[in-house]
Design a protein around this ligand. Structure first.
Ligand SMILES: C[C@H]1O[C@H](OP(=O)(O)OP(=O)(O)OC[C@H]2O[C@@H](n3cnc4c(=O)[nH]c(N)nc43)[C@H](O)[C@@H]2O)[C@@H](O)[C@@H](O)C1=O
Length: 277
């Protein structure tokens, strides 16, 4: 067994089919990985601790998607109202984690993280889909960007800051749950506006709404209240929304420059996973 071989001190369960729209196309697979996957890990760790007497700390990547339709701002005391198979499975894992902590005295924490982005974000998530398109449009490699609901609002932070918070959660004396957010929300439209204007373009000239990207049930407005977490952990985000957008646009502009250089030199360029979800 893997836990036996690795003998971990800390386990971070970040494994998932993490795309909300895809979870509607693949609900059973999503429930298996995102829901039962957590239970399998918790049980493997419990069994390992029972047999060896060792202590293992467990982090569960809970998600602001669990709040779904709940009114903003959402925090540790907001009741969940999930709006997708992904979010429902995350709620299941949230409670499995709480229950293992209460029933078996495990050091297990839920980090309820609001959206966290970076240049490493998968290209089918909206922020990266936008910044990839901004770079490619600027370099004349693409004409249009097709998006879904431009009015959805998200509390977007930088993944680098959020990963630090995850680690801090497992360094405390007692286990509990936390909420990580910036406390600021922007719409998809505002993200696009800022990203395009970064390279001197107007998003309205390039963005087209395509209903293909609408979700059967949308999460309209996520805005995190991390005040309790900030007080306990002494954590605050370091990267502003403007800095996040700038970093992602600069990264993807450079990627587009490289693509253009290769194309101009007669090479074929295979594009990895440019967004169609
Ligand atoms: C915290 C949470 O964060 C992420 O989930 P998400 O918020 O669904 O992320 P997203 O970037 O796919 O969508 C954000 C919003 O943007 C809207 N939107 C418009 N047009 C497009 C569009 O064309 N593509 C996509 N993907 N979204 C679009 C879309 O309808 C939604 O309202 C995951 O990491 C998840 O694993 C997680 O846990």
């Amino acid at each position: 067994m893997l836990v036996e071989r690795i003998q971990p001190d800390e386990v971070y369960n970040l494994g998932a089919q993490s795309h909300v729209k895809v979870s509607y196309d693949q609900p059973e697979y999503t429930a298996d990985i995102v829901g039962l996957g957590t239970l399998r890990l918790l049980e493997a760790i419990r069994d390992y601790m029972d047999r060896t007497g060792k202590q293992v700390r467990f982090y569960q990547a809970s998600s602001s998607e669990m709040f779904g339709a709940a009114k903003p701002p959402q925090g540790l005391h907001t009741p969940f109202h999930p709006r997708s198979p992904y979010a429902v499975a995350k709620v299941y894992s949230y409670w499995q984690t709480v229950n293992h902590r209460e029933a078996f005295d495990m050091y297990a924490c839920n980090g309820i993280l609001f959206n966290h982005e970076s240049p490493r974000r998968g290209e089918t998530f909206v922020t990266r889909k936008i910044t990839r398109a901004v770079g490619r449009i600027k370099m004349d490699l693409q004409d249009k960007l097709f998006l879904g609901n431009l009015d959805a609002k998200r509390d977007w932070g930088h993944a680098r800051d959020y990963v630090e918070a995850m680690w801090m959660m497992l360094q405390q004396d007692t286990p509990r749950d936390y909420c990580i957010a910036t406390g600021e929300a922007y719409s998809v439209r505002e993200f696009a506006e800022k990203a395009f204007s970064q390279v001197g373009l107007n998003y309205e000239d390039y963005v087209q709404v395509d209903p293909r990207y609408f979700r059967p049930a949308e999460v309209d407005y996520l805005l995190g209240d991390a005040s309790e977490t900030n007080a306990v952990l002494g954590w605050t985000p370091r990267t502003s929304f403007d800095q996040l957008v700038t970093e992602m646009v600069e990264h993807d502009l450079e990627l587009a420059r490289q693509e253009k250089t290769l194309l101009d030199a007669g090479h074929q360029v295979a594009l990895k996973g440019i967004g169609n979800t």
